[in-house]
Design a protein around this ligand. Structure first.
Ligand code: GLU
Length: 479
C-alpha cells in the first residue's frame, strides 16, 4: 500500500479562519493516523489577491496549533518547491503536453468579444460555454496568452469520501483556463499537477470545489492521472444553522482566539467537533485520541454549527485541567496592567480561586482587577441588585458596619473567615444572598466574584476593611 500523503493548500489571501484550520486539522489527522506525511502547499497563483504576511500568518497558526507538516515552503522535501509561484516551469511543461495532445488551445478572444458571445447566448436562451466557441484556427501558445483546456464533456459519477456518491451532467464541463495570461496557472490546473507530483493520496477541502469536480475529473483523464481520494468537508454554519459562518458570527482569525487566551488544545478539540464525532456523545478529545479515532467516514454531510459558547465552555474545561504552574505561565499575558507590582505568589493565589470560573485569558483582567487596585465605588451595583435594592441605605450601612466590626477582630485566613462570616449571618439574621452580596460589592465593586472568604483572604484585612469603610461612607453621603 502506498504511504498516505495529505496536504493543506491555502491561498495566502488573508488570515487563517476556522474553516481553513479545520481543513488543515482533518488532513493532518488522516496523515498522522496512518503514519503518513502531511504537506503544506502555498497556492499563490492569484497574484491580485495575495496579502502580504499571509504565508507567515498561516505558518504561525499551524505551529501554534501543533499541526506540524513534513514538507512545506520552509521545509523542503522530495517534491518541492511547495509554493506554486516557484513552480511555473512545471505547469508550463504540463501545459505543453496537453497542447501536443491536442487537449489545450490558446484563447483567441478579447474581453469584448467574449461579452458579445455571452450576450448572444443570453438572447438565444442558451447556456454560454467556451467549448461552443472554440476557434477554428489554433494560435500558437506562448506565455502571455491564456491557455484553455479542450474538454471532453461527459457525465460523471464519483465517490466523495464524505459526501458519498455524487454526479453531474456534461453541462458541468467546459473549456476552462489552464494558464492565465500572466503565465500563472489557475487553481483548477495547478492543484491537479501538484497533487499528482507531490504524491497526495487525499484531497480534503471545502464545499466550494464540488461544482468544479467534474472539470477536474475530465482533466485527470486527459492527463492520464489517477485521481486522489476526494473528501469534501461540510460547511460551517452560524449559530442558528441558517447561514454560512461569517466574520461577524465568529469566522475570525484563529490567532485572534489564541490572543484572547483560548488554548490550542481547545481549538483543536473544537475544530475536530465541527462536523465529526466518534459515534458516541464524547466531546472532549486529546490530540492523541483524535489521531487514533478520527475517520472521514464519520464526518457528517450536513453543515456543522459554530457555537462560540461551546468553544468558551470547552476552553473553561481545558483551563480547569491545567496544573498551577502551567496555568500561571499561560495567563502571563493577560493580567491587568496594575498587576505588575505584585509577585508571583500573590497572582498564583488569585489564579487558584479563579481557575474554576475562567473561560479564556482575556477575562482575567476584569475578574482580577480589584485584587490589584481599588475600584471606584459604584452604588448602582447595589441599586441594580434584586435583593439589596429592597433595603434602605441605613440598613445597608448597619449591615456593613456589623461586618466591619466582626472582621476587624478576626484573622484573615479562609477557615477563620468562613466561621466569622457565618457568625455574621446569625448576628444580622440575614441570608448569604443579601449579606455576602453586599460585602462582595463593597470589597470588589463587582456583582460576582469567587468565594467571599477566598477573596478576602487574598485582599487581606487592611484592604477589606478599608473598602467596607469607604462604601459605608458613600452610602452615608446619600442619607
Ligand atoms: N487554494 C485553495 C483554497 O485556499 C485550496 C483548495 C484545495 O485544498 O485544493 O481554497
Amino acid at each position: 500500500m502506498s504511504t498516505i500523503r495529505t496536504r493543506f493548500a491555502p491561498s495566502p489571501t488573508g488570515f487563517m479562519h476556522v474553516g481553513g484550520a479545520r481543513t488543515a486539522l482533518f488532513a493532518w489527522l488522516i496523515a498522522r493516523q496512518a503514519g503518513g506525511q502531511f504537506i503544506l502547499r502555498i497556492e499563490d497563483t492569484d497574484q491580485a489577491r495575495l496579502v502580504s504576511q499571509s504565508v507567515d500568518h498561516i505558518i504561525k497558526t499551524l505551529s501554534v496549533l501543533g499541526i506540524d507538516y513534513d514538507e512545506g515552503p520552509d521545509k523542503n522535501g522530495p517534491y518541492g518547491p511547495y509554493t506554486q509561484s516557484q513552480r511555473l516551469d512545471i505547469y508550463h511543461s504540463w501545459a505543453k503536453k496537453l497542447i501536443d495532445q491536442g487537449r489545450a488551445y490558446t484563447d483567441p478572444y478579447s474581453k469584448e468579444e467574449i461579452d458579445n458571445f455571452k450576450l448572444q447566448a443570453k438572447k438565444d436562451k442558451k447556456l454560454f460555454l467556451y467549448r461552443d466557441i472554440r476557434p477554428d484556427k489554433p494560435i500558437k501558445w506562448q506565455i502571455g496568452l491564456p491557455l484553455r483546456f479542450l474538454s471532453d464533456p461527459k457525465q460523471y459519477t464519483w465517490q466523495d469520501a464524505v459526501m458519498g456518491e455524487l454526479s453531474a451532467g456534461s453541462e458541468a464541463i467546459d473549456d476552462f483556463i489552464l494558464i492565465k495570461s500572466d503565465g500563472y496557472p489557475t487553481y483548477n490546473f495547478g492543484h491537479i499537477i501538484d497533487d499528482y507530483l507531490m504524491r497526495c493520496t487525499h484531497v480534503i477541502r471545502s464545499q466550494e470545489f464540488i461544482a468544479s469536480t467534474p472539470k477536474f475529473l475530465n482533466l485527470y483523464e486527459a492527463l492520464n492521472i489517477e485521481k486522489p481520494i476526494l473528501a469534501t468537508l461540510p460547511p460551517i454554519l452560524n449559530n442558528d444553522g441558517k447561514k454560512k459562518l461569517s466574520k461577524r458570527d465568529g469566522a475570525k482569525d484563529i490567532l485572534e482566539y489564541i490572543n484572547q487566551g483560548y488554548l490550542p488544545e481547545t481549538i483543536i478539540n473544537f475544530l475536530a467537533s465541527l462536523g465529526w464525532n466518534d459515534g458516541t456523545v464524547k466531546e472532549i478529545f486529546s490530540i492523541d485520541e483524535l489521531i487514533s479515532s478520527f475517520s472521514l467516514k464519520r464526518v457528517q454531510k450536513a453543515g456543522a454549527i459554530f457555537d462560540e459558547n461551546r468553544l468558551k465552555w470547552m476552553n473553561g474545561y481545558y483551563i480547569r485541567q491545567l496544573d498551577q504552574q502551567t496555568l500561571y505561565q499561560k495567563m502571563l499575558p493577560f493580567w491587568p496592567e496594575e498587576a505588575k507590582n505584585y509577585d508571583e505568589q500573590y497572582k498564583q493565589k488569585i489564579l487558584n480561586i479563579l481557575q474554576d470560573r475562567l473561560k479564556f485569558g482575556q477575562e482575567l483582567k476584569d475578574l482580577s482587577i480589584f485584587f490589584f487596585e481599588d475600584q471606584p465605588i459604584n452604588l448602582d451595583l447595589i441599586n441594580n441588585n434584586k435583593l439589596l435594592s429592597k433595603l434602605g441605605s441605613d440598613q445597608l450601612v448597619n449591615l456593613l458596619q456589623n461586618s466591619y466590626n466582626e472582621l476587624s477582630k478576626t484573622e484573615f485566613n479562609v477557615d477563620q473567615l468562613v466561621i466569622n462570616l457565618n457568625q455574621l449571618l446569625d448576628q444580622t439574621n440575614q441570608k448569604p444572598s443579601i449579606l455576602f452580596s453586599l460585602i462582595r460589592i463593597a470589597i470588589t465593586q463587582v456583582q460576582s466574584s469567587p468565594g467571599l472568604a477566598d477573596t478576602m483572604e487574598i485582599l487581606g484585612q487592611q484592604k477589606t476593611l478599608r473598602r467596607i469603610q469607604e462604601t459605608i461612607s458613600a452610602l452615608e453621603n446619600k442619607l
